[in-house]
Design a protein around this ligand. Structure first.
Ligand SMILES: Nc1ncnc2c1ncn2[C@@H]1O[C@H](COP(=O)(O)OP(=O)(O)OP(=O)(O)O)[C@@H](O)[C@H]1O
Ligand SMILES: Cc1ncc(COP(=O)(O)O)c(N)n1
Length: 268
């Protein structure tokens, strides 16, 4: 038996709600063998980000080589990549690999702390997005990628189209977490739009929702699922992960990775 495998290249969250830790939990839940390359070690918790230590670019590259010379993942995702040098190195290493690539263009944490150098935005657009199977920006990230404001699902459609047609990814999902009303995510795959809806849950426990959503999409692509099906699974997973909140932490808590499979808490 050969199990599907996925790699996340991202920053860490020692409290387990976002970043690498959320990605590995998502891969595991979706029965995909998970691997990780750490870009930055982040001292953070549900209350916010306290401090960030970037790893040297050559050391991040050594981790990437360690993975690829041994186990070629079926899909890769990137989350927090803080600097231009890191982005260029990652692009150089992924360019010739024939694997699905999901970009969660993490820019600012929900707590407001910047997770990416301002000047890197142009590099995401020019160097990383053209390599991507799917890009999964939230509203502020999509605004930064396309250069106009997004206030509605129609605006999200326009942005998704620009990311695919002008910036060059195969598909884009603009997430509706930051809009009002139902939480509607818009997928454009170069041909048509698809819409993924859920009710908006009234909760403060949404730490790491974007990481988890994109990690599930990565896991599903690793298993060979088509893009629209992968996004549908990502949406179902994150909706239940938010709905069946765990109530962990003193601030904006993490989501529930058992929610989708077990429809609620594991110890009920
Ligand atoms: N309150 C909510 N109720 C229902 N779904 C939500 C809610 N908030 C976010 N979502 C969904 O969660 C997913 C992630 O969207 P969101 O916009 O929160 O990403 P994000 O800002 O990148 O997350 P993060 O930065 O925390 O990782 C999307 O599918 C979105 O529709
Ligand atoms: C390492 C890392 N990656 C991503 C996020 C975004 O998640 P959130 O916006 O919920 O803080 C984060 N806080 N930390």
């Amino acid at each position: 038996m050969k199990v599907a495998s996925a790699l996340t290249i991202a920053g860490t969250d020692p409290t387990g709600g976002a970043g690498i830790q959320a990605d590995l939990k998502s891969f595991q839940e979706r029965e995909v063998y998970g691997m990780s390359v750490v870009t930055s070690v982040v001292a953070q918790n549900t209350l916010g980000v306290q401090s960030i230590q970037h790893l040297p670019v050559d050391f991040i590259e050594k981790q990437l080589h360690a993975v690829f010379e041994d186990i070629t993942p079926d899909a890769v995702k990137t989350g927090m990549i803080a600097t231009i040098d890191m982005m260029e190195m990652i692009a150089k290493n992924l360019k010739d690999k024939n694997v699905h690539y999901v970009i969660d263009p993490v820019m600012v944490a929900k707590s407001g702390h910047s997770l990416m150098e301002e000047q890197s935005r142009e590099v995401i657009r020019k160097v990383l997005v053209p390599l991507a199977t799917v890009v999964t920006p939230n509203v502020p990230e999509a605004e930064s990628l396309v250069g106009f404001e997004i206030h509605s699902t129609e605006d999200a459609e326009k942005a998704a189209k620009v990311i695919v047609n002008e910036l060059g990814s195969k598909a884009a999902v603009v997430k509706g977490g930051h809009l009002v009303g139902e939480a509607i995510d818009v997928l454009y795959d170069g041909k048509e739009f698809s819409y993924f809806k859920s009710e908006r849950f009234d909760t403060k426990h949404t730490h790491g929702t974007g990481c988890t959503f994109s990690a599930v999409i990565t896991a599903e692509l690793a298993k060979g699922k088509p893009i629209a099906e992968a996004v549908a699974t990502g949406k179902a997973y994150i909706s239940d992960a938010i709905k069946y909140t765990l109530g962990v932490g003193k601030g904006n808590g993490p989501t529930n990775h058992w929610g989708y499979r077990l429809k609620g808490l594991p110890n009920q």
